[in-house]
Design a protein around this ligand. Sequence first.
Ligand code: K1U
Ligand code: ZN
Length: 196
Amino acid sequence: MAVLPITVLGSPVLRQVTTPVAEVTDELRQLAADMFDTMRAAEGVGLAAPQVGRTERMCVVEVGDVAAVLINPEIIAREGKIKWEEGCLSIPEVFGWVERSAVVKVRAIGLDGQPFELEGRELLAVCIQHELDHLDGKLFIDHLSFLNRRKAMNAWEDEKDKYPGLLRILKPGDSDEPKGRAVAASDAPEAHHDAL
Ligand code: K1U
Ligand code: ZN
């Protein structure tokens, strides 16, 4: 088991477009296992390679009983709209409402090197879109209105000094702490969705 340091906002790798994976190797399988360990230690539901300082086009998601490694993923179908108050393991304690597709179908390569398709709705759909954004160097704050982005950045100003070297080192017991928030950069009162 390896829990890796998580890169935080300001780290250049979070703004890089990732490189498609040419071959699924044992090294990549180990990276995927470490990413699951890291995501679970941080109590997240997804994690993308740039969040652990890597540039491979790969992410992991785990929502309910669906756990998947997505290599070279692409969204092949979308339906409906949903608003979700998102956070990001790379921007701790900052939140904001983002509108995304309510249902997505993604095609990806698995750790066995074979293509597969996964359909996600609601939280899984939001998570898939959030992770695929990471693979293009995009963060949820990029989807916020000017005002809400400014609120989010102000909240981050109060947080960022906790991460010297722009790294978030997870300590044993971190995942036992109750979740709180510094600010809700909200322009919507609660999550809701139309048209599935
Ligand atoms: O990539 C990341 O930073 C992980 C991030 C992905 C995400 C999924 C869905 C909405 C927003 C962001 C997280 O896992 S933060 C969300 C989180 O920890 C969580 C969300 C809902 C239920 C339980 C945990
Ligand atoms: Zn994120």
